[in-house]
Design a protein around this ligand. Structure first.
Ligand code: LLP
Length: 384
C-alpha cells in the first residue's frame, strides 16, 4: 500500500496518540499562495485560526506576513502571541461577548465582521465608551448552497450566520447612521471543504451584485472578504498534498469584479493546514470478531472527532508493517459506538504496537480535541 513517509524511529518512546506535522509541506503550501499573491497585489490572506491553533503552526503562518481570522477572544490572543499583528486580525462570529469586543477594540484589530444589527449596536456602544471608532464589515449571508456536508455549509438562508441578504440595505443604513463604527466592507463565507469551483463562482456573482447595489446607493463598498472553504483531497494524501489553489484563485480572478484599489480578503483554514498533519496512534489490540477484525488503536474521537461528528473520511495507514493487507475496522477506545475511524479498510497486517497514521488531520483535528473520558490532550511532533 502506498503510504506517506514518516520518521518512525523518532516516534519510538513518544507518548501516543500525537499529532505529526510535516513543516516542509506547510511551508511549500504557504509558498504556493505567496507566489500567486505576487501577481494579485490586492489579495490578502487571513488564516482561519480555528483550523489549527497550535502555536508553532500559527508562528509559521504569521511569519509569511499573513493575517488571522479569529472567532473568539481566545483565538485573538493566540494569534497575537504567535506574532500576528492586531492590524492584520479580523474577528468573526455570531456571538461575540462584550469582553471579546472590548479586547478587539483595545488591541486595535483590523475588522469586526458583524453578523447582526443587534451586535452592531453593541459594538457601537462599547466603542463609544472608549471614544474610538470600530472598523466593521457586514457579514452577508449570500444564500448559496455549497456542495459539502450539511453540518459545515454556512451560506444558506436558514443558517444562523450573517445578515440576511434582503436585510442588508436596512442594516447598512443603520451602520452609516452610527457614530462609533465605520463601514469598511462586506464579508461572506459559504461553507467548508468545497471542491466545486462553481460554488465560488456563484459567490462571486452574488458579491458583484451586492457591491453594485451599495455603489448605486452612493456608498463606498470598501473591501470584499470572501471567507474560506477551499477543500482538499482526503482520499489521495500521497499524490495531492497541496490544495488546488490555482483553480481557486483563478475563479476569483475571473468572476469577482473589483474596483481599483479594492482589496479582496480570503480566510482559508483547512486548505493551508490539513495536508501537513497526521494523527499518529499505536495499535493496542487486534480483536477477531465473528465477521470482522478490529484494529483497536489508542487514538480516538477525543483527538480527532471529524469521523465521529461528520462521518468524515481520513485515509488510515499502518506505517510500521509491510505484510500483506487485511481488512479492518479501525476503532478507538472511547465508550461511544461512533468512535470509529474507518470500517472495512485495507491495512498492512496489524500487530500490537504498530504505528497507525490517520492522514490529512492538520485541520480541525488538534483544535477540536477534547478531554472526554479524561483523555489528556494530544501532544505534537514537528518534522522540520
Ligand atoms: N471563515 C469563516 C467565517 C468560517 O466560518 C470558516 C470556517 C472559515 C473562514 C475557514 O474555512 P475553511 O477554509 O477551513 O474551510 N470543523 C469542520 C469545519 C468547520 C468550518 C467552520 N468555519 C470540519 O472539521 O470539517
Amino acid at each position: 500500500m502506498l503510504k506517506g513517509s514518516f520518521p518512525i524511529k523518532e516516534f519510538e518512546g513518544l507518548r501516543t496518540p500525537f499529532y505529526y506535522y510535516d513543516m516542509a509541506l506547510l511551508r511549500s503550501t504557504l509558498d504556493t499562495i505567496k507566489d500567486i499573491f505576487r501577481d494579485n497585489p490586492n489579495y490578502r490572506m487571513h488564516y482561519a485560526v480555528k483550523a489549527n491553533n497550535n502555536p508553532r503552526i500559527l508562528r509559521t503562518i504569521a511569519s509569511y506576513g499573513f493575517g488571522a481570522d479569529c472567532v473568539s477572544g481566545g483565538e485573538i490572543r493566540a494569534a497575537v502571541d504567535a506574532g500576528f499583528k492586531p492590524s492584520h486580525i479580523v474577528f468573526a462570529g455570531v456571538g461575540k461577548s462584550d469582553e471579546e469586543i472590548n479586547l478587539g477594540l483595545d488591541l486595535g484589530i483590523a475588522r469586526f465582521n458583524v453578523e447582526s444589527a443587534a451586535e452592531l449596536l453593541v459594538i457601537d456602544e462599547l466603542a463609544g465608551k472608549k471614544g474610538i471608532v470600530a472598523p466593521i464589515s457586514l457579514r452577508v449571508n449570500p444564500d448559496i448552497g455549497a456542495h459539502t456536508h450539511a453540518n459545515i455549509t454556512t451560506g444558506l438562508a436558514e443558517n444562523k450566520f450573517g445578515i440576511n441578504y434582503e436585510q442588508l440595505p436596512g442594516v447598512l443604513k443603520l451602520t452609516l447612521g452610527l457614530n462609533n463604527v465605520k463601514f469598511l466592507g462586506i464579508h461572506y463565507h459559504i461553507g467548508s471543504q468545497i471542491l466545486e469551483m462553481d460554488d465560488f463562482a456563484a459567490l462571486c456573482n452574488r458579491a458583484n451584485f451586492v457591491t453594485e447595489k451599495i455603489v448605486r446607493a452612493g456608498v463606498d463598498p470598501g473591501d470584499i472578504n470572501v471567507g474560506g472553504g477551499l477543500g482538499i483531497d482526503y482520499h489521495h494524501p500521497n499524490h495531492l498534498d497541496i490544495a488546488d489553489f490555482k483553480s481557486y484563485f483563478d475563479t476569483f480572478r475571473r468572476f469577482l469584479q473589483t474596483r481599483p484599489g479594492q482589496l479582496v480578503h480570503f480566510e482559508l483554514g483547512r486548505s493551508l493546514v490539513a495536508p501537513c498533519g497526521s494523527l499518529i496512534s499505536r495499535v493496542l489490540y487486534v480483536k477477531e470478531g465473528t465477521s470482522r477484525k478490529f484494529a483497536i488503536i489508542d487514538g480516538s474521537m477525543t483527538e480527532l472527532i471529524r469521523p465521529a461528528l461528520y462521518k468524515a473520511y481520513h485515509r488510515v495507514e499502518n506505517i510500521s508493517s509491510d505484510e500483506p493487507e487485511e481488512i479492518y475496522d479501525v476503532v478507538g477506545p472511547v465508550c461511544e459506538s461512533s468512535d470509529v475511524f474507518a470500517k472495512g479498510v485495507s491495512l498492512d497486517k496489524c500487530h500490537r504496537g504498530d504505528f497507525i497514521a490517520i492522514r490529512s488531520a492538520g485541520a480541525y483535528g488538534e483544535s477540536m480535541a477534547s478531554g472526554y473520558n479524561c483523555h489528556p490532550l494530544p501532544g505534537s511532533f514537528f518534522n522540520e
